[in-house]
Structures are given as structure tokens and as C-alpha cells.
Design a protein around this ligand. Structure first.
Ligand SMILES: Cc1cc2nc3c(=O)[nH]c(=O)nc-3n(C[C@H](O)[C@H](O)[C@H](O)COP(=O)(O)OP(=O)(O)OC[C@H]3O[C@@H](n4cnc5c(N)ncnc54)[C@H](O)[C@@H]3O)c2cc1C
Length: 324
């Protein structure tokens, strides 16, 4: 049976879709003939034009779920659609907190498996082959479902490039949340903390300057921030310095942090552990500054500077400031 209908879990906030949503909609277009989105939140219908522009013909709108956990309501609403006979062949969900939560709950509700940590997809006749990064991205395993559809794939951000299709707005169709959720729906979101940030978002910035333990201290991270700002980029970090409390978790790049794909990635005092590389190795150009000429980061760098970050980074800052 050919693969025809693809669903995408479409996340959005502050009036815009997440970048991963647009990546998944773009990929969905190349996988099937019909692309549909599943979304929630009071502003979903306002984004019908954007979802349509990226290829969705219909948006199933779960609506305003208030302070309920999205996982519970959205998985229940999607499961209700699927069991009513409106099932997709494939459901792509982003590897975000809510995406993973919804995938897990949907898998349990429908008693179907889910493939996670997907870093590549390819339609192969009537099946879909998915790629999964293991051991920090050093090994890639290929998998496929052997059971019935829908097939649930949880896909890592930045796996695909987003491209608009130029199609018209999606039709919005209400997707009701079943009323019998009982104790499942008693967890409430009490507070949302939005990290203060100036400049571009880490996972969307064209330039990322990241610091590792080699920068020496929390105070020295200021030079990483300054260089990032001068380049109109975002500052990132390794887990080592997040764990040390030098910077918040939102800065972390890597297997358990963000995946970035900038045009330029400057790694300052970073050794290049596989768990870090998996989150940044697809940057177009990688510049590494490390005092150890044998540091693994140099093996994937386009330009390597063997030197002390406390000398090299201030010099770069000085040169950029001199350029005006
Ligand atoms: C399950 C798991 C998940 C993980 N997830 C992540 C993740 O998402 N992201 C991540 O980053 N890590 C992750 N890690 C941790 C990872 O294995 C490494 O420990 C971490 O990336 C190392 O960070 P670092 O490069 O800052 O520190 P180090 O490995 O200590 O490297 C510091 C580097 O700085 C250089 N240096 C020192 N002084 C200077 C100087 N003055 N000038 C220039 N260079 C200098 C040193 O030569 C060295 O190469 C994970 C680990 C595990 C087990």
C-alpha cells in the first residue's frame, strides 16, 4: 500500500511556528501526497496560512487546552481522530519536550510502536526507512516498521531544511479532546519561564560561538557572548560548562542539548566529545580554537587555531571592533 497521508505535529508559539515544524512539513511533502498538521493553542487558526504555505492541506486544531499538559490532551485528540478512521500512514513528531510526550502517550493509547531520535527518512516503496544516530552520532542505524500503520517517527530538529511550497492556506478542522481523560489530565502547567535573550535564537542563528571548559571560568564566558554579538550570532556551550553552572541549560549544544546548523560555528576551548559533535557537526564551516593540537574538535574543523582562547578570542573581538 503506497504511503499517502503524512501528519506533522505542528508546534507554535508567539504567533509563529517552530522551525522544526516547518522542517517536518517540508519533508512530509516529499514523502506522501497529502500533508496534514495537528496543532493546539488558541492561535492555531491564525497560522493556517503558514502551515498551508509549507504544504499542509488541513490543520486539525485541538484548540485552547488552557493550562493542561499538551501531551495528555493532544495525544488523546489525535488518537480519537485515528481510531475514528482518519488515520495517516505516517505521523512525524518533533523531538521536543511536548513532541516526545505526545508520541509516547499516543503509542500507549494506540498500542503501536514509535521510532525515536530519527536523523533521516527515506520512502522505499511501500515502506519508510528511518535513520537513528547512536553512540553520539558515531554510528547510524537504519530501521523500519514491520507492523501496521500509522507509523510514528520522532525526528530531531535540523534533520531537514525548511522550504515553503507556496500553496494556499490549510483548512482548519476542529479535533475534539475526549472528555473522559479523568486523572490523566490533572497535571497542570503552573508557570512558564521564558529565558531572556537578545539576538538570534541559538538553534536558528547563522553564526554560533560556543564555549567549553577551556574558557576557564563563568566570567570568561563574557568573551564568547561578546564575539557572538559582534558576529550577529548566538552563544552556545558544552555540557561541561552547563553542568558547572557557568551558563543555563538553554545554551547547551549536543546530544542532550540543542542541534544547530549554522553557517559558521566557532568552538572556543571545546575538546570535541562525540556528544557535543552530534549537535553541531553539520555546521557549514567550523572554526576551532584549542591549545591542544590533538583535540578531537580539529578532526571536523575547517579551520583550526592552536592557541589559548584568552589570547585568540580577544584578538578576534579587537579585529571585529576595528572593522566597525
Ligand atoms: C549521555 C551523555 C550526554 C552528553 N551530552 C552532551 C551534550 O549534549 N553536549 C556536550 O557538549 N556534551 C555532552 N556530554 C559531555 C561530553 O561527553 C563532554 O564531557 C563535554 O562535551 C566536554 O566539554 P568541554 O569540551 O567543554 O570540556 P573538556 O572535554 O574538558 O575540554 C576542554 C578543552 O579545552 C581545551 N583548553 C583548555 N584550556 C584552554 C585554553 N586556555 N585555550 C584553548 N583551549 C583550552 C582543552 O585542550 C580541551 O580540549 C554528554 C555526555 C554523556 C555521557
Amino acid at each position: 500500500m503506497p504511503i499517502e497521508k503524512i501528519w506533522v505535529l505542528a508546534e507554535h508559539a508567539d504567533g509563529g511556528p517552530s522551525s522544526t515544524t516547518l522542517e517536518l512539513l517540508t519533508e512530509a511533502r516529499s514523502m506522501g501526497t497529502t500533508v496534514e498538521a495537528v496543532a493546539w493553542g488558541p492561535a492555531t487558526s491564525e497560522l493556517a496560512g503558514t502551515f498551508g504555505d509549507y504544504g499542509a492541506s488541513t490543520v486539525y486544531d485541538v484548540g485552547d487546552i488552557g493550562d493542561a499538559l499538551p501531551g495528555v490532551s493532544v495525544a488523546a485528540a489525535a488518537a480519537a481522530l485515528i481510531t475514528s478512521g482518519n488515520a495517516p500512514d505516517v505521523f512525524l513528531l518533533p523531538a521536543t519536550f511536548d513532541g516526545r510526550d505526545i508520541a509516547g502517550r499516543l503509542s500507549a493509547r494506540l498500542d503501536i510502536p514509535v521510532l525515536t531520535n530519527v536523523v533521516g527518512l527515506a520512502v522505499d516503496g511501500d515502506t519508510v526507512l528511518s535513520q537513528h544516530a547512536n553512540f553520539g552520532g558515531t554510528q547510524v542505524a537504519t530501521a523500519r516498521f514491520t507492523g501496521g500503520r500509522p507509523w510514528l517517527f520522532v525526528v530531531r530538529p535540523k534533520t531537514f531544511a525548511a522550504e515553503p511550497a507556496g500553496s494556499g492556506p490549510a483548512q482548519v478542522q476542529a479535533a475534539a479532546v475526549p472528555s473522559d481523560l479523568g486523572a490523566l489530565n490533572t497535571a497542570k502547567v503552573l508557570e512558564r519561564h521564558v529565558e531572556e535573550r537578545t539576538g538570534p535564537k541559538l538553534d536558528e542563528a547563522a553564526v554560533v560561538v560556543a564555549g567549553g571548559r577551556g574558557i576557564g571560568s563563568a566570567d570568561d564566558f563574557a568573551m564568547v557572548e561578546e564575539l557572538a554579538k559582534l558576529l550577529n550570532g548566538a552563544a552556545g556551550a558544552t555540557r561541561a560548562i552547563v553542568d558547572a553552572g557557568w551558563v543555563p541549560f538553554s545554551y547547551q549544544v549536543g546530544q542532550t542539548g540543542k542541534t544547530v546548523k549554522p553557517t559558521l560555528y566557532i568552538a572556543c576551548g571545546i575538546s570535541g566529545a562525540t556528544q557535543h559533535l552530534v549537535g553541531m557537526k553539520d555546521a557549514k564551516s567550523i572554526v576551532a580554537i584549542n591549545k591542544d593540537q590533538d583535540a578531537p574538535i580539529f578532526s571536523i574543523s575547517d579551520l583550526g587555531i592552536v592557541g589559548d582562547v584568552h589570547q585568540v578570542v580577544p584578538k578576534l573581538i579587537e579585529a571585529l571592533k576595528a572593522r566597525g
